[in-house]
Design a protein around this ligand. Structure first.
Ligand code: PLP
Length: 399
């Protein structure tokens, strides 16, 4: 017998598996709106011009390829944290934020999940619904994943009362995962007043707010504004943890650029936290890759390049918005019996369409359109060329 004869076939990944199925499909008008990866209006992957520019400069610098430290590139961590927390952030100025470079958002979530588990956390609370990968990431880190109410399917709206009630009822000191902006998959964020109420409940219950910031720039279109919620929590005195991904906003998906940071009470506490993060990273992947971090570092270290980045990121967000309008209008013109108002109310990369599992399967089998079973459509994959095809197909399966 082979060593592997007892290995059963694992199911395909719910998101990446879609791309695999899409690639095998030979229908000419097939559409991949599964994975959240931005496409230009010609349906092609998009490299931000400012990223190209930074890359060209890096090539000219003829840098070496030595290891970075366990915590990654210090300059990258520095500018990444300022990008999220803001230049005026008091804990940053007081040197009491521990930060490391991570293998993008996923890697940061995993490292912090492990550290939480090691320091006595048994559970983590995530919104229902949430990004599908959150659940196995934290489960594999040793935590039991529990859900708090977030979205009301019946009204296609935030279930804010349910959210507050649930946060009030969870054990004191629990870690609560919050999407910093552009909630995936629902596209619905709390208002700033609602964030304030969440912050107050977190204070009363001594909760640990853990922000996952994967779409800074895709919510309002202005990357600087999209960090408003987490900045308010820091101002309110929460010792937050934060994971940042540079996959979507900088279009650096495969470069795996991210950061994990933890706000502490004192510089000494921050140093001790940092030491623990490093203890987890070293036997896991030892140290992070350099190239993508150098790109982000170069951009965010320059005011001019940062402005260019903000504008180019805004361009992506605007193209998505125009596709939301076109998709909704076309469905309405086709005489749909359903309301599609939520498609334009939602923000970020996704439309949480409200389609049932059966409808999603029909969309795939009949029309070769690939989206996740929860009915989430990546608007980043919708273009002028395929939007009508998508609308007609959705109409056909939902009429
Ligand atoms: N968090 C959320 C909410 C996401 O949607 C994603 C990507 O889809 C990630 C984290 C992590 O992405 P990455 O590991 O590419 O940074």
């Amino acid at each position: 017998d082979s060593h592997w004869s007892q290995f059963p076939m694992a199911p395909p990944d719910p998101i990446i598996g879609l791309t695999e199925a899409y690639l095998k499909d030979d229908f000419p008008d097939k559409v991949n709106v599964g994975v959240g990866a931005y496409r230009c209006d010609q349906g092609m992957p998009f490299v931000l011009p400012v990223v190209r520019e930074a890359e060209n400069e890096l090539v000219a610098e003829e840098l070496d390829h030595e290891y970075s430290g366990i915590a990654g590139c210090p300059n990258f961590v520095d500018v990444a944290l300022k990008f999220a927390y803001g230049d005026d952030c008091v804990p940053l100025k007081e040197n009491r934020v521990a930060g490391v470079q991570t293998l993008s958002g996923t890697g940061g979530l995993r490292v912090f999940g492990e550290v939480l588990h090691q320091f006595g956390h048994k559970h983590i609370y995530v919104p229902n619904p949430t990004w599908g990968n959150h659940i196995p990431i934290f489960t594999n880190a040793g935590l039991e994943v529990r859900k708090y109410r977030y979205y009301d399917n019946a009204t296609s709206n935030l279930d804010f009362n349910g959210l507050l009630d649930d946060l009030q009822a969870i054990p004191e000191g629990s870690c609560v995962l919050l999407h910093a902006c552009a909630h995936n998959p629902t596209g619905m964020d709390p208002t700033m007043e609602q964030w304030k109420q969440i912050s107050n409940v977190a204070k009363e219950r001594n909760l640990l707010p853990f922000f996952d910031c994967a779409y800074q720039g895709f919510a309002s279109g202005d990357a600087r504004k999209d960090a408003a919620a987490l900045r308010m929590f820091v101002e309110d005195g929460h010792n937050i943890a934060l994971v940042q991904s540079f996959s979507k906003n900088f279009g650096l998906y495969g470069q795996r650029v991210g950061a994990l940071s933890v706000v502490a009470d004192t510089p000494d506490e921050a140093k001790r936290v940092l030491s623990q993060l490093k203890v987890h990273i070293r036997p896991s992947y030892s140290n992070p890759p350099r190239h993508g971090a150098r790109i982000v570092s170069k951009i965010l270290s320059s005011e001019k390049k940062t402005d260019e980045f903000v504008e180019q990121c805004m361009g992506m967000a605007k193209r998505i918005d125009s596709m939301r309008i076109k998709l909704r209008n076309t469905l309405e013109e086709l005489g749909s019996s359903r309301s599609w108002e939520h498609v334009t109310k939602q923000i970020g990369m996704f439309a949480y369409s409200g389609m049932s599992k059966d409808e999603v399967v029909a969309l795939r089998e009949k029309h070769h359109i690939y989206c996740t079973l929860d009915g989430r459509i990546s608007m980043a994959g919708v273009t002028s060329k395929n939007v009508e095809y998508i609308a007609k197909a959705i109409h056909d399966v939902t009429e």
